[in-house]
Design a protein around this ligand. Structure first.
Ligand SMILES: CC(=O)N[C@H]1[C@@H](OP(=O)(O)OP(=O)(O)OC[C@H]2O[C@@H](n3ccc(=O)[nH]c3=O)[C@H](O)[C@@H]2O)O[C@H](CO)[C@@H](O)[C@@H]1O[C@H](C)C(=O)N[C@@H](C)C(=O)N[C@H](CCC(=O)O)C(=O)O
Ligand SMILES: Nc1ncnc2c1ncn2[C@@H]1O[C@H](COP(=O)(O)OP(=O)(O)OP(=O)(O)O)[C@@H](O)[C@H]1O
Length: 532
């Protein structure tokens, strides 16, 4: 994707605009055209922000950045020491550069400028599960409304017909502001974007103000970063403040959502989709929400339902993807677009004419074959796995599930995922995900411990197998399947690389599943009857 047209700005003026007047001793600062925190992404004229990392400091890459054309370095005291006299460009020192780069990138990339004829309406989606799907749904609905759209998320970044694969769910703030500049330049009028908790923790959306921020749910994940669910919630809640968004749309199916709706300091629209789902505190959701899902009916592999307002106004919605949770994602997406001011009759027309919530979301409940129903999904935490596995059982058919757990991430979820798999599948095949630098066998053992304990303690009939490598596990699942069964490969979704001790091995669950189905002589029949 080509960068937007550079717009030179005096670095001293940009710093002053974010409340950092340059003190004496910094020297004459140059004119700059961009900012980045990655030496490998430096374009001539950039400021290189040398940030402290978990194990190394970006100052170590400043030489490389200057060689690539960086005209100034922004860093902290440690970075200054590490640089010594080794860089030939001005160095600006601030106590916490990570907190500065978002607002600074906004200024440098023209986010405050009036010249562009309007910034895109921005939709941000956060929550443990459903961000990618909801972001695609918002995008598809905006397209159905005739808007030109952009999208930023786990799978890809799209700006006006151009798309590139993503490295992170939410890019670092310089890239976010640079993409917004490109979208303004291309006349894109609405963009939807995933906002991960890492993004909020590390300031990746600093300087961004969302027109509408949406919340899906909060369940156990990322506790390696956040420590406790309270902390995890607090980080997510930071998006729903006047500094970061204008309006909030909150699913109140869980207790965290209800708490968020009560505490957000911006106008909130609440959406309720599932009265039976209890929250983290075990309580039952209240009956009242601004928009409530009613009259749910099966529609192909998905569902159709009504979205009813408090005063009885109704919208008819269809969500074509399997999985009852996609009702929540579709309802949230529809209300987010309403919250941006789209009239209800326009929305209804777009829903009826274009069926936007049947859009395929790569690796999310993606149907690879119809018989046996063969699905690739991205569920990689206990809640997503539970909801996914519970959604795919067909009357009289078995569920054959394949998944593992990621290395060097939240270890506490491994046995929980194993137990969920044992409860909701007839055959559970535990295999490898991305082990990163961990021993695959140790990870599998932790998942298996949870599965075996559940089988023993709860008297479950699930057959638990351990098969690796992953391609063999997928093959085994298909070999065991007969018509009527559902094979579900969970955890990696759209991913095409498996990272093993620093080496990326080519692995795409969708490709492996298709090959296994062909090898075992299956061809597509009807998958009618998937329960959700
Ligand atoms: C925990 C985490 O988020 N770490 C991120 C963080 O790493 P870090 O601070 O340790 O940085 P580092 O890689 O050691 O490098 C230090 C500094 O030197 C710079 N550097 C490094 C190498 C180089 O050649 N040149 C260079 O300039 C880096 O840009 C960085 O500023 O800053 C890096 C630079 O942007 C990120 O790449 C890195 O994301 C890592 C790869 C990552 O895996 N992050 C995941 C966990 C993440 O953020 N995931 C969420 C989604 C989670 C979910 O919902 O599932 C996401 O939004 O993607
Ligand atoms: N609303 C939801 N509630 C619970 N689980 C969901 C929901 N939506 C999707 N899922 C499950 O979670 C998986 C990931 O969905 P999706 O990619 O949309 O969420 P995400 O929040 O972007 O996840 P990640 O941050 O891990 O990429 C899906 O493959 C599905 O199994």
């Amino acid at each position: 994707m080509r960068p937007h047209e550079p717009r030179p700005i005096d670095l001293a003026a940009a710093l002053a605009a974010v409340g950092l007047p340059v003190g004496p001793g910094t020297g004459l600062l140059p004119t700059v055209t961009g900012i980045t925190l990655d030496s490998r992404a430096v374009l001539p004229g950039d400021v290189y922000a040398a940030l402290p990392g978990a194990t190394r400091h970006g100052a170590g890459f400043a030489g490389q950045a200057v060689l690539a054309g960086a005209v100034a370095v922004l860093t902290d005291g440690v970075g200054r020491e590490l640089l010594g006299d080794g860089v030939a460009v001005p160095v600006v020192v601030v106590p916490d550069p990570r907190r500065v780069i978002g607002p600074l990138a906004r200024v440098i990339f023209g986010g405050d400028s009036e010249d562009d004829g309007g910034a895109p309406a921005l939709f941000g989606v956060t929550g443990t599960n459903g961000k990618t799907t909801t972001t695609y749904f918002v995008n598809a609905l905006l397209e159905a409304l005739g808007r030109s759209t952009g999208l930023i998320g786990t799978i890809e970044i799209r700006a006006g017909g151009d798309a590139i694969p993503s490295a992170l769910t939410t890019p670092e703030s310089p890239q976010v502001h640079s993409l917004l500049a490109l979208m303004r330049e291309r006349g894109i009028d609405a963009a939807s974007m995933e906002v991960s908790s890492h993004a909020l923790e590390f300031g990746r959306v600093d300087g961004v103000v969302f027109d509408v921020a949406g919340f899906t749910n909060l369940t156990q994940d990322h506790l390696d970063l956040h420590g406790t669910m309270e902390e995890y919630f607090a980080v997510k809640a930071a998006l729903f403040t006047a500094e970061r968004c204008r309006t909030a749309v909150v699913l109140i199916d869980d207790a965290w959502g209800r708490r968020l709706a009560e505490t957000a300091d911006v106008p909130v629209l609440t959406v309720r989709t599932d009265g039976s789902r209890s929250g983290g505190d075990g309580s039952v959701p209240p009956a009242e929400a601004d928009w409530t899902v009613t009259d749910v009916e099966r529609s192909g592999l998905g569902h159709s339902f009504a979205l009813a307002a408090r005063d009885g106004r109704r919208l008819r919605v269809r969500s074509g993807l399997p999985g009852s949770f996609n009702i929540s994602n579709a309802a949230l997406a529809a209300v987010m677009v309403l919250a941006a001011g789209v009239p209800e009759h326009d929305l209804q027309h777009a829903l009826d004419a274009h069926d936007p919530f049947t859009t395929e979301v790569p690796g999310r409940m993606q149907l690879i074959a119809e018989e046996p129903a063969s699905i690739v999904d991205f569920a990689h935490n206990p809640d997503a796995l539970e909801r996914t596995l519970a959604s795919v059982r067909r009357p009289g058919g078995r569920v054959i599930a394949v998944f593992g757990a990621t290395g060097q991430r939240d270890e506490s979820k491994r046995p929980v995922m194993g137990a969920v798999g044992a409860r909701l599948s007839d055959v559970l095949i535990i295999t490898d995900d991305d082990p990163h630098d961990e021993d695959e066998a140790v990870i599998r053992r932790a998942v298996r411990a949870g599965a075996d304990a559940a089988v023993t303690e709860e008297g479950l009939a699930c057959e638990v197998l351990e098969v690796f490598p992953r391609a063999d596990a997928i093959d085994r699942a298909v070999a065991l399947a007969t018509a009527g069964d559902t094979v579900i490969i969970a955890g990696r979704g759209h991913e095409v690389w498996q990272e093993v001790k620093g080496i990326n091995l080519s692995l795409d669950d969708r490709v492996e599943l298709r090959s296994a189905l062909t090898r075992h002589g299956f061809s597509g029949l009807s998958a009618a009857g998937i329960e959700s």
